[in-house]
Design a protein around this ligand. Sequence first.
Ligand code: FES
Length: 147
Amino acid sequence: MTRFTVNNQPVHYKMDPDTPLLWALRDASNLTGTKYGCGTGACGACTVDIDGEAVRSCQRTIAAVEGSFVTTIEGLSRERTHPAQMALIAGNVVQCGFCIPGIVMAASVLLKKNRNPSEDDIRAGITNLCRCGIYPRLIEAILLAAS
Ligand code: FES
């Protein structure tokens, strides 16, 4: 049995320890805000916060997060809309929206570590892919969220 915390709630998954965290979150916890895009670690749609780091959850087994604190998009925005989310709304950034939860998770970690990121910091910190090509508006929005 694998034990860790998801959105401040203890979880005990009775699953194969090699199960990717992404599937435990989606299938066992019904936290479907964490998206499946590529399953190879490339797109970032599955990004969650694990102990303060932005992690692609399709690339992390549940065994590997034993004892960790995991935050998903649902946990991040449970009590209030995160400043990164408000900036994306204000900047009219979102198109299809599929990649946005992962981008918000990456942005939240970036802004927690660096309250005043440069454009280069944002490009380095948010490596998620977006097929709609929102990147210019996204960078503007994160700069706004940081100001
Ligand atoms: Fe995990 Fe694409 S689904 S990086």
